[in-house]
Design a protein. Structure first.
Length: 59
């Protein structure tokens, strides 16, 4: 049998949607250069990743 739709208050709707927001991008300070970079990504200025030279550094 069909059930009538009930009123959902704005507060309850907001509590349900509280985790739907977009997360901010995470940045860490590079140990060698001191610049901010994404974790688990190549540092594009130096071309280093986990202590190894991956790319040619930019001038």
């Amino acid at each position: 049998m069909a059930v009538p739709k009930s009123k959902i208050t704005g507060s309850r709707r907001g509590m349900r949607r509280s985790h739907d927001r977009l997360a901010k991008a995470t940045y860490i300070e590079d140990a060698d250069s001191g610049e901010l970079r994404r974790p688990h990504h190549i540092d594009l200025k130096t071309g280093m990743y986990r202590g190894k030279q991956i790319l040619e550094p930019k001038d």
